[in-house]
Design a protein around this ligand. Structure first.
Ligand SMILES: Cc1cc2nc3c(=O)[nH]c(=O)nc-3n(C[C@H](O)[C@H](O)[C@H](O)COP(=O)(O)OP(=O)(O)OC[C@H]3O[C@@H](n4cnc5c(N)ncnc54)[C@H](O)[C@@H]3O)c2cc1C
Ligand SMILES: NC(=O)c1ccc[n+]([C@@H]2O[C@H](COP(=O)([O-])OP(=O)(O)OC[C@H]3O[C@@H](n4cnc5c(N)ncnc54)[C@H](OP(=O)(O)O)[C@@H]3O)[C@@H](O)[C@H]2O)c1
Length: 542
């Protein structure tokens, strides 16, 4: 008999609990009657060796698909525990914007450890609203399971105690200070877009990655934005701030390095409402808290809020405390370590747009493109993507659909297959606005075609003619060949825009299967579902 050591409230399933109780009993040398015999030393090792971890059944999350809309995801989670419904309400990007993965954020809410329901930035208001509703409706489910959490270095720590070995001490909680090697434009002069090829050195980190993984980047805010906030607050840049660890910090540095200055947090709105000198400002701010349907606040940033409510000026320290923490951004890795030892490359679309009279900049993409210079240091970690991988066999054909920055992981796939001299056929569908300015990696791709590595390259330049032509149109043009490749066992990959492209490509895939396979809609759906189930249809969409 194993004496239970874990409290009932510990977040483990029955099987996990039994194994962990056995593990700890072995470690502490408990006898069958529950008497501790002290630290077991070698006995502990033998307990570890002889107690095989139970098979933890891999739980499926059918709603974990960013191309499904909120209602579809919630339908798939019907009848599941609260934490799974909460997960289904999130945007399913595992983007890290909330500081968790979708699964671990929802479990933290369900356990009552996380109170902020506004952290899912890509899910926006609809997600926040649904989370509120679910938390209000269901008991905070104390039995939230922690099935597996990413440790940020591609290794997955399973709750059954099995930890995949990490090769580096650097991870999300201890990011590596990496050097930027280069950040060169991929678009030609005259392009509407600004897409960059970013090269980063991993030398000295011990970090490794596989094609399909992503790089997490901790960005810094634009100093001009921090200055705008300081001016609006009437605060001094060098206002000293008390720091928990005793290290001196200046207000301006904290704004640049530590806090999210985009979407105002609920705490900030409450703080401003509480200190507004003008009763009209106070009243309107309270309305913003109560009425989460307000369209203005949906797109407002912190500066917009300060400008609109000039009588609400809290002390700098309270203001900082009300801001959300700046979170890392993920980028699909666009290089293979075999081709570029100790380097990681990214393909980054720079976010710049106008909102009202103000120019807005994406934090991380402009940090990489504008504010870091060659030799500059950025904090990074590897985010493993266990479900976006080249086939195990080098002779398996692959079909890759990656418009815009969606080409990133496919450049890595091609480099990897080139370095490994893998004999499998490779077919890429690439699209962007104009051939003359936006044919990303044109020379490399043409080189691979000449070499024979890239068996087929189909491009769709949407703005080179009156009618839009997209990658899915090219798939439909090539339906017969596409079907033949699938029937030969090809793996089908999609990367890029989750909102429209990924679902349109999915529809086109179903159409190809139905028309070429002579299948009705239900059979085509089953065929595609089977591709997914056998890991032959994989998506990395954001
Ligand atoms: C797994 C994964 C892989 C990814 N891979 C890549 C990749 O390979 N390449 C890549 O470029 N990105 C990739 N992304 C996206 C990337 O993580 C960032 O979200 C992106 O670079 C924007 O971050 P930012 O900090 O520059 O912008 P932010 O400061 O986060 O601003 C972006 C926000 O600005 C708003 N916005 C943007 N454009 C407009 C507009 N025109 N009008 C109004 N509002 C607007 C939107 O609310 C948007 O959410 C990936 C994301 C994930 C989750
Ligand atoms: N979270 C973020 O802030 C963020 C930042 C960067 C990128 N992204 C996402 O990543 C995506 C990739 O951005 P990107 O600039 O590299 O490329 P993109 O905007 O996806 O554009 C690439 C090509 O895809 C075309 N396209 C548009 N709609 C499509 C559809 N429904 N199906 C197929 N193709 C379609 C575009 O055509 P047209 O433009 O001519 O219609 C363009 O030719 C963005 O769409 C965005 O959703 C998000």
């Amino acid at each position: 008999m194993v004496v239970p050591l874990l409290p009932d409230s510990a977040p483990f399933s029955g099987a996990q609990r039994a194994w962990l109780n056995g593990f700890f009993a072995g470690l502490l040398n408990f006898d069958a009657n529950g008497h501790a015999g002290g630290f077991a030393g070698a006995g502990a090792a033998s307990a570890v060796a002889t107690l095989a971890p139970p098979e933890v059944e891999e739980e499926e999350f059918p709603w974990h698909d960013p191309t499904l809309d909120l209602d579809e995801r919630l339908t798939l989670a019907e009848g599941k525990p609260t934490e799974r419904k909460l997960m289904a309400a999130m945007a399913q990007l595992d983007c890290g914007a909330c500081g968790y993965l979708c699964q671990t954020y929802s479990e933290a809410i369900a356990r009552g450890e996380e109170k902020d329901l506004n952290k899912c930035t890509p899910g926006g208001k609809p997600t926040a609203r649904k989370l509120k509703e679910l938390v209000a409706a269901g008991p905070a489910n104390g039995a939230a399971k922690a099935n597996g959490t990413h440790n940020g270095n591609g290794a997955v720590a399973k709750a059954n105690g099995v930890v995949a070995p990490a090769k580096s001490t650097y991870n999300r909680t201890n990011p590596f200070p990496a050097k930027l090697l280069d950040c060169r434009p991929l678009n030609r002069p005259g392009a509407v877009k600004d897409t960059r090829h970013v090269m980063i050195s991993l030398a000295g980190s011990g970090l490794t990655y596989e094609p399909g993984d992503a790089l997490g980047v901790f960005p810094e805010n634009c100093p001009e934005l921090a200055d705008e906030i300081l001016a609006a607050l009437g605060a001094a840049a060098d206002e000293p701030l008390p720091a928990a660890d005793g290290s001196p910090r200046r207000l301006r540095d904290a704004l640049i390095q530590e806090y999210a200055l985009a979407r105002p947090s609920a705490d900030l709105i409450e703080l401003l409402a509480g200190c507004a000198a003008d009763p009209v400002d106070a009243q309107q701010l309270k309305l913003l808290i109560d009425n989460d349907e307000d369209e203005w606040i949906e797109t407002a940033d912190v500066v917009d809020l300060l400008y609109r409510f000039p009588s609400a000026r809290p002390p700098a320290e309270a203001f900082l405390r009300s801001l959300a923490k700046l979170q890392p951004r993920l980028y699909s890795i666009s290089s293979s370590l075999r081709a570029h030892p100790e380097e990681v490359h990214l393909t980054v679309g720079v976010v710049r747009y106008e909102h009202g009279s103000r120019k807005r900049k994406g934090v991380a993409s402009t940090f990489l493109a504008d504010r870091l210079t060659g030799g500059g240091v950025l904090r990074v970690f590897i985010q493993g993507a266990h479900k976006f991988r080249l086939p195990d066999r080098g002779d398996t054909p692959v079909i890759m659909v990656g418009p815009g920055t969606g080409i990133a992981p496919f450049r890595a796939f091609l480099e990897e297959r080139h370095a490994a001299q893998a004999p499998g056929k490779n077919w890429l569908f690439f699209g962007d606005q104009c051939q003359a300015t936006d044919f990303l990696y044109e020379e490399e791709l043409n080189g691979y075609q000449k070499h024979g590595l890239l068996t087929r390259l189909d491009t769709a330049f949407s703005r080179d003619q009156k009618e839009k032509i997209y990658v899915q149109n090219r798939m439909l043009h090539r339906a017969s060949d596409l079907w033949n490749w699938l029937e030969e066992g090809a793996h089908f990959y999609v990367c890029g825009d989750a909102k429209r492209m990924a679902s349109d490509v999915d529809r086109a895939l179903h159409e190809v299967v139905a028309s070429q396979g002579g299948l009705d809609a239900a059979a085509a759906k089953a065929y595609v579902a089977n591709l997914s189930k056998t890991n032959r249809y994989q998506r990395d969409v954001y």
